[in-house]
Structure formats: C-alpha cells, structure tokens
Design a protein around this ligand. Structure first.
Ligand code: ATP
Length: 497
C-alpha cells in the first residue's frame, strides 16, 4: 500500500514538472532540488538498510529456541570442545575464578576453515553457559560512511546485554563471524579510517566488559584468516583463547555423519564408516550436505530408507557437482572412457583396491572421472607417493595416445596436478636439485627438473598401460556401455581379462 502511494506521488510530481516545463516555467531549480532529495533518500536507505540487516540478524539469533544447540550436536572437534569448555568455566564459575585471582575471560577466537562448526560451537557455548546469544558477522559493520561501523559495534553490545536481561539470563555471548573484516591489521585498508574506528570501538567495548556487572559478556570471534588479525585484538586481555577448529579426521567425520543420520532412516547394511573413510578433506558442512543429498536421492527413487547407493551418489554430487544433461559426442565419450580407464588401471596397478568408481557421465566441471578410495587420512607424502600421484594423473593422456594416436585438451587438469606434485618433490628437497630456495632458484631450472620427473613417469606409465592393453580395452568398452563401473566390477574385469 505504501508503495502504491509512493508511486502515485512520484508520477503526479513528474507530470506536474513536465506540465510546468511545457507552460514555459523554468524548472531547473525544481530539478536540482528533486535530484538532491533522491540522492539523500538513497544514502539514507543504504545507510539504514545495513543497520536493519544487522538488527534483523541479531534479533533472529536472539531467539533462544534457535540457539539450543548443545555440544552433543557437534561431531569431531574433541580438542576444540575441550578447550572451549575449559574457557567457559570462567563464565559458569565466575566467583570461584575470581577468588583464585583469575582475570575474567573476555573473548575466545575460533580459527578454522569454513563449515567446520565454529558457529555451532558458539551456539553450544551459549546453551552450556545459559547465556543470551547474539550473532553477527564482520561484514555487517562495514559501510562507506565513517563512524557507522563503530556505532553498530556499540549497538551489538547493548543488544547482547538487553537480550540477556529480557531472557532473565546473567550472561550474553556475542558471536562475530568473519571477524577479520573488522579486526584486520590497522592501517591496511584504503578506507582505513572507518575500519580503524570500528576496530577501536570493538577494543573499547571489550576493555569495558568488566565494568558492566549485571550482564557478563563474552565475545566469540570466528575467522579462517587469523594471520590477518590486528595484534591488538589477540593480545592477552582481549581474545585470550585461540581455539583451532580444523577439518575433522576419520573418527570425527563418522561422528558427524552419525549426528546428521539421527533423523534419517538408514538401511541396516549402510556402513557410515566406509563413507567416513572416503571423505578425507570434507568439512562438517560438506558431510551434512552429503546426508541431506542422500535422503533427497532416496526420495527421488521412491525409497523409504536410505541405501548405500544413495550415499555414494550424494558423495559424488558433493565432491564434483550436479550431473549435467550435456551429452558429449560419441567419439568424445569413447576418448573419455579410455582416458578414465587409463587413470584407473595405473591407480589399481600401483595400489590394489584403490579404485572406488569410474564413470563417463559429466558432472560439475568433469566430463568423466575416476574416484579413488583414499588410503587413510594423509598429511605427509614421500617421494614415491608423489611419483605415484604423477603416474596416475598421466594415465589418462597415455591411454589416449596409445588407442587414438594423440592426446586431447581433456588432460590439462591432470598435467596441472602432475606439475604440482613435481613441485612438491622439488621444494620438499627430494629432487636431484637437492634442497632449494624458492626465492633464489631460477624458474628455468625448476621447469627442467619438472620435465625430467614427469618424463620418467611417462615412461613408466607407457610400459604399464602397453602391457595391459587387452584388458584396458575390455574395461573401457564396458565403461562406455554401462556409463559407470564400481571399483568391485572394475577389479572383476581386471582379473578376468
Ligand atoms: P563459516 O566459517 O563458513 O561461517 P562455520 O565453521 O561457522 O562456517 P557452521 O556454520 O557452524 O560452520 O556449520 C555449518 C553447518 O555444517 C552446520 O549447521 C552443521 O549442519 C554442519 N556442521 C559443521 N560442522 C559440524 C560438526 N562438527 N558437527 C556437526 N555438524 C556440523
């Protein structure tokens, strides 16, 4: 209704101005005043839109029902949970801590990659300490107008205290996600004055936390770029505790999968442990999405329970993206089938049982792919393991060469991976160049060594693939017919031929 009146007023005003123009009245002053009014309106709405966004976010998060996440809802992260719980004793047993002369904790910084559960941990901290919870993000404070960020910081702190009073709680947790946006090193930004003022205000509010006695405030910041933070923010007395929230290990992944399977009917045969083993590098958010996609897949196939097959489909979707409708030309499909068989063959010959599946159905950026079962969570690689990675990456191009007489652009990503692994060998001091300095070594020298390493592996792969040509052909042809082969079927074909 409001919009209707606005439009009516705007239309009538415009008609009046045009009529005045036609009657020969000088409309320049009216046009200037109208222009200025519109500009002012835009600035004000921009300015307040951000503030409304901040308020809506905080109000939303103030809903006590929504913040009823407990530490039991968070999988893995045992270390982070332990450290956080220890820190929260300062909130729960404040008197005891004060008697011992312990300075009250003002801030906890959660550092880790996206989707690992930092927001969940902050919410669980709020329910554990029975605190009001106000969530916001660093970017909500950023505005081009000087002083707005600082004003919003003050507002968030007062919102936290007010929310605690309204909910009859003695403490409030203020969660600031992406804290590096406002907590970056001062003097780095081009509009540095505004950023600096915002950060200064945050520091002032944190310093003043002790003075307010009726509501205890604890600031929980989250970032994945702790290196960008201003040292003043992480000095003792401000963010006293830095808690690392890393990607989960295999046990952690299993725990997270189980948490997200609680409300989903799984078939008795489903082995979540196997899925956990195949999802190295997945965050909690990826695993939640995997379980959700598996349920959607089961629904699409009119099943009342989630099968292993639904989970495998979901895994590939989360890893590589949605299946594409685009169907490559027949001759391209043939090349893709031989290419993927090449990767799989080399992988299996190097490590028995390593192929999980291969397909020629395009998904995300890939026209086809071969997925391996990781051999455990790995954080270190030996030279031989890196050489094996290079060999597997080259398997596709060498197979194309052997069967079609040439390579194709489909191998570009594989070569990038091979070069990356060769760089790891060189900079890890494992090449014939010995230990080298990245800054002082000439690019030509590095390139020569990369070519030598990859050249050697090309020879090895060519020999491997040539001596298994008949079985490679049989596998590629079945892959072409079936579109997808499981690791088990692939190994059956390998044994049979
Ligand atoms: P960002 O840095 O991107 O803000 P974050 O670390 O704060 O991410 P959350 O928002 O806490 O991540 O997690 C997103 C979602 O992923 C959660 O709502 C939850 O469903 C799932 N999730 C993430 N980590 C875990 C975990 N450790 N246990 C259970 N679920 C998790």
């Amino acid at each position: 209704m409001e919009a209707y009146w606005k439009e009516l007023a705007l239309g009538s005003g415009l008609a009046l101005v045009i009529a005045l123009g036609i009657w020969g009245v000088d409309i320049t002053p009216i046009a200037v005043i109208a222009g200025l009014a519109v500009l002012l309106q835009m600035m004000l709405s921009g300015r307040f839109a951000g503030s409304r966004k901040l308020e809506a976010l905080a109000l939303d998060a103030r809903n006590p029902v929504k913040s009823m996440v407990t530490f039991d809802d968070i999988g893995g992260q045992d270390m982070a949970k332990r450290e956080l719980l220890e820190a929260l004793e300062f909130v729960n047993n404040r008197e005891k801590c004060l008697k011992l002369g312990i300075r009250p904790l003002k801030g906890i910084l959660l550092v880790g990659p996206p989707g690992t559960g930092k927001t969940l941990l902050a919410k669980a901290a709020a329910s554990y300490t029975d605190s009001a919870f106000v969530a916001t993000s660093g970017s909500s404070f950023v505005e081009m107008y000087a002083g707005v960020g600082a004003q919003r910081i003050r507002k968030v702190f007062s919102m936290g205290r007010q929310a605690a009073r309204e909910q009859g709680k003695g403490s409030a947790i203020i969660f600031i996600d992406e804290i590096e946006v406002i907590g970056g090193k001062r003097g780095r930004h081009s509009s540095h004055l505004e950023y600096d003022q915002t950060l200064n205000q945050l520091l002032v509010e944190m310093d003043g936390i002790n003075a307010t006695n009726d509501v205890r405030v604890l600031v929980v910041g989250a970032t994945n770029r702790a290196d960008l933070l201003d040292p003043a923010l992480i000095r003792p007395g401000r963010f006293d505790r830095v808690v690392r929230v890393d990607l989960p290990n295999k046990e952690g992944r299993l725990h997270i999968l189980r948490i997200h399977a609680r409300n989903k009917p799984l078939e008795a045969e489903v082995d979540l442990g196997k899925i956990a083993g195949e999802t190295f590098g997945f965050s909690g958010a990826h695993l939640e999405s995997l379980m959700n996609e598996a349920a959607i897949h089961a629904l699409r196939h009119r099943r009342s329970q989630i099968k292993e097959e639904d989970l495998r489909e979901a895994l590939e979707k989360v890893m590589l993206g949605e299946k594409l409708d685009r169907r490559p030309l027949e001759e391209e499909r043939q090349r893709i089938a031989y290419h993927e068989t090449g990767h799989a063959l080399v992988s299996e010959l190097i490590r028995n049982g390593s192929v999980s599946s291969l397909t020629v159905v395009p998904r995300g950026q890939a026209l086809g792919y071969m997925r391996q079962t990781p051999d455990g969570d790995r954080y270190l690689y030996s030279k031989q393991q890196l050489l094996d990675q290079i060999a597997i990456a080259l398997g596709g191009a060498i197979m194309e060469e052997l069967f079609f007489g040439s390579r194709s652009t489909g191998s570009k990503g594989d070569f990038d991976q091979a070069v990356e692994a060769a760089h790891q060998i060189i900079y890890g001091g494992m090449s014939s160049l010995g230990v080298v300095s990245k800054q002082h070594i000439l690019p030509e020298e590095v390139n020569k060594e990369v070519q030598a390493i990859i050249g050697e592996e090309e020879k090895r792969v060519r020999e491997l693939v040539s001596s298994h040509q008949t079985m490679a052909k049989a596998i590629a042809e079945e892959l072409l017919r079936e579109e997808k082969l499981s690791g088990v079927r692939f190994r059956e074909l390998l044994m049979a031929s």
